[in-house]
Design a protein around this ligand. Structure first.
Ligand code: SAM
Length: 216
């Protein structure tokens, strides 16, 4: 694993400034971005890409999300320490590390077996220990529900009922919804059993696969 050096810490602090300039204001989220080494998710030859504000391929046709996207979704979740959070789309595990830094108890589910195995091994080596699951997260994780917060890190065609069902009263779900190459970021709050929706800007995620995702 590439060491965390004066240089990589400096690059992370610069990334934090970039995110602040793009409108991220939650200090705890910015501190988490400043803390989690993103370059260790990249091969050595690609280190220069790690602290640019862009998504990057991680193999298996998948990506590590853009730092701005990670910060935006994390901020909108309003994480409080000990919140029980479900992440759908473990991928590299970077977003899960940010959630752990925010004090959440993280359950993360990944559909791709290779990524699931790789990240389940790698994250604890880095000192982060969410609960890992392999399976179709478009159906949520009913065995562990309800969740205070749910974050979907792949683009869904529609809002999956399973996820709103598994959201606790007072809970927040953040999910990109749209077509395969562009999705609107949507936040759902459950208040007195009712779902309150807020819409944000467009983002570009890889597709959410599975029963309540893109199944073809
Ligand atoms: N959160 C990740 C990170 O920090 O690197 C980025 C996730 S990547 C943009 C989207 C991930 O969602 C991919 O790893 C993909 O395999 C996964 N995925 C797609 N459909 C899924 C499903 N139905 N259940 C769980 N994971 C899914």
């Amino acid at each position: 694993m590439a060491p965390d050096t004066y240089k990589t810490r400096g690059l992370r602090n610069k990334l934090v400034k970039v995110l602040e300039n793009k409108g991220i204001t939650d200090l705890r989220v910015l501190q988490a971005i400043a803390k989690v080494p993103r370059h260790v998710f990249f091969e050595n030859a690609l280190l220069e890409h790690a602290y640019q504000d862009k998504a990057f391929p991680i193999g298996e046709g998948q990506t590590i999300s853009q730092p701005y996207t990670v910060a935006f979704q994390s901020e909108k979740l309003e994480i409080k320490p000990k919140d029980k959070v479900l992440e759908i789309g473990t991928g590299s595990g970077y977003q899960a590390c940010i959630l752990v830094e925010l004090g959440a108890i993280v359950y993360t589910i990944e559909y791709n077996k290779v990524l699931f195995e790789r990240t389940k091994k790698f994250l604890p080596e880095l000192g982060y220990k969410p609960y890992f699951f392999h399976g179709d997260g478009s159906k949520g994780l009913p065995a562990k529900a309800p969740f205070d917060k749910i974050i979907v890190t792949a683009g869904a065609p529609v809002l999956p009922d399973a996820l709103t069902d598994q959201l606790a009263e007072g809970g927040i779900l953040i999910i990109p919804i749209g077509d395969k190459d562009k999705q609107k970021m949507v936040r759902i709050r459950k208040k007195n059993g009712k779902l309150i929706q807020e819409d944000y800007d467009y983002f570009a995620f890889v597709p959410l696969l599975g029963e309540q995702g893109w199944n073809k």
